[in-house]
Write a protein that binds this ligand. Structure first.
Ligand SMILES: [Zn+2]
Ligand SMILES: [Zn+2]
Length: 100
């Protein structure tokens, strides 16, 4: 039977309990022991989530170059994040949504 372990969090240096049930679970899944306490793990998760959400408006991210084009379906002026290819149909947001 496994015993509860005390692990020092690599982020906040606080000790946290790694319970026997968690150890069993981690072993079953082939995970190595956690290095972060519950709250730091949660914080990292939230940070990760926020980052992916902010990616579009992140000023450090390279701005996609937008090209002016015309929708092949309804003829409305639209912009596409790639160079329009005359071989391919360009759809405005509305028509694209309908097409998929
Ligand atoms: Zn921590
Ligand atoms: Zn259209």
């Amino acid at each position: 039977m496994l015993e509860e372990k005390q692990i020092v969090c690599s982020v906040c240096q606080g000790e946290f309990a790694f319970s026997a049930e968690e150890q069993t679970l981690y072993q079953e899944k082939g995970f190595s022991n956690p290095k972060k306490c519950q709250s730091c793990r949660e914080a990292a998760k939230i940070k990760r989530r926020n980052r992916s959400k902010l990616q579009v408006v992140d000023s450090e991210a390279p701005e996609p170059t937008w090209f002016n084009s015309t929708c092949s379906s309804c003829g409305v002026a639209t912009r596409v994040p790639f160079e329009p290819d005359s071989q391919k149909s360009i759809y405005c947001r509305e028509c694209y949504r309908v097409s998929i």
